[in-house]
Design a protein around this ligand. Structure first.
Ligand SMILES: [Zn+2]
Length: 211
């Protein structure tokens, strides 16, 4: 299902499902507004749509998608357009989500390219500029496992990048305060699409474990 024609047909099936009955889901969502309890930061990768992977309905998830599912650290405004930070602010401060999930995934093109190139080196590339957010994770992988295969280093970097994003989430005062009060919980998840499994980071074992 890739052409615009297919997509329009897809919309009509979606409309049939959610708009035709008096108790249709969208009537409720319009009446009550959106009240998602969970915000997900996911990759743009076409294979990892969080609503599909997590089997959610419209209204369930507030979703931020960007290259490699990264969260930048808090920065002063100005000098850039902070789309991810703005969406985090809306989800946390306005919608009051109770959970933030950073959803990484296997075979991430952004991370693999970073590992292959040995860093984000192209000053002309928006992607390379963005991927500087993963530099600490990349450098730690190269330091800790220099002789591992490209696949193993990519996987390690994908998972360490999730931990970097969790740390960066805590740099926003309105996230840190809520997390410390217990009204907001942060999660690091990893969709292993090669094996069809979902893993979650366990701070006690410092491992990603099957959920
Ligand atoms: Zn990706």
């Amino acid at each position: 299902m890739t052409s615009p024609h297919d997509l329009i047909e897809g919309f009509h099936r979606f409309r049939e499902q959610h708009f035709t009955d008096d108790d249709a889901l969208y009537r409720q969502l319009i009446q009550d507004g959106q009240t998602p309890r969970t915000l997900v930061v996911a990759c743009c990768d076409s294979r990892v749509d969080p609503a599909l992977v997590l089997n959610c309905a419209p209204g369930d998830l507030f979703v931020i998608r960007n290259v490699a599912n990264l969260v930048p650290p808090v920065e002063s405004r100005g000098g850039g357009y902070h789309g991810t930070s703005a969406a985090l602010e809306y989800g946390v401060c306005t919608l009051g989500v109770e959970h933030i999930i950073v959803l990484g995934h296997a075979d991430c093109g952004g991370i693999r390219a970073l590992i292959e190139a040995g860093g984000a080196n192209n000053p002309e590339s928006f992607i390379d500029d963005w991927m500087h957010l993963v530099e600490d994770a990349r450098a730690s992988v190269e330091r800790d496992m220099p002789n591992a295969t490209l696949e193993a280093r990519t996987l390690a970097c994908e998972q360490r990048a999730i931990l970097g994003s969790l740390a960066n989430l805590m740099s926003f005062s309105w996230i840190r305060e809520r997390a410390e009060q217990g009204s907001l919980t942060l999660h690091g998840w990893y969709f292993d699409m090669e094996n069809g499994q979902l893993l979650g980071y366990n701070p006690a074992t410092r491992l990603f474990e099957m959920l």
